[in-house]
Design a protein around this ligand. Sequence first.
Ligand SMILES: C[S@@+](CC[C@H](N)C(=O)[O-])C[C@H]1O[C@@H](n2cnc3c(N)ncnc32)[C@H](O)[C@@H]1O
Length: 213
Amino acid sequence: MTMQAEEIKKIYGGYSGAYDFIFKGFFYPRIKHAIETMHIKPGDRILDVGVGTGLSLPLFPSYCIVTGIDLSSAMLKEAHKKIESNGLKHVTLLEMDAQNLAFEDDSFDHVISTHVVSVVPDPVKAIAEMKRVCKRNGNIILVNHFQSSNKVIAKFDTLISPFTKKVGWRTDLSLERLIKDTNLDVRSQYKMNKIDLWKVVCAINNKGNGVSG
Ligand SMILES: C[S@@+](CC[C@H](N)C(=O)[O-])C[C@H]1O[C@@H](n2cnc3c(N)ncnc32)[C@H](O)[C@@H]1O
């Protein structure tokens, strides 16, 4: 395991017990909205990359099959508690690196990853893996904070990023650059309200559509 992965495991291991208390209020409504945009059908296989404490898990319909992966066993332990307390028989959790997913190509109908791409050391690799394991034309939904398009705020995002990295995420990830580097076929990107710090990014898995991916 790389130093960066060890560091991330340590940071999120530290958050795990208090994560829901600190972050649920901010993250839950956006996660709920993101899942609703997926239009999940009965029997669909869903992958949640960086599932964390499993805030998303009770929100998936029970008629789909959900796999959640995360690097941090401590975060997954909290997610397991949600499976038990909510009786979520359609959910499986696995300890795994988003940058090296242990699934066959085309294993899932849709992939979601919330508040994760600015945490993983190599977001381009993580998205390439999401595309590989997701079926052609499946939804790839990302929720994340990205560097602001406002030049002054973007500078601030870059300035504070070395500090926010120490607490678990970077603030200088450019969505425009990420889309270019991953050839992600983004159909919509928006904030749920004007002052929101996080964006919902809805993409279609374009592999095999004559577009390289
Ligand atoms: C901010 S939390 C988001 C958790 C959850 N998706 C949510 O929205 O509440 C980021 C999560 O990404 C996980 N993570 C970071 N790097 C990872 C990697 N390389 N592979 C898998 N999970 C990773 C962390 O362990 C943590 O649980």
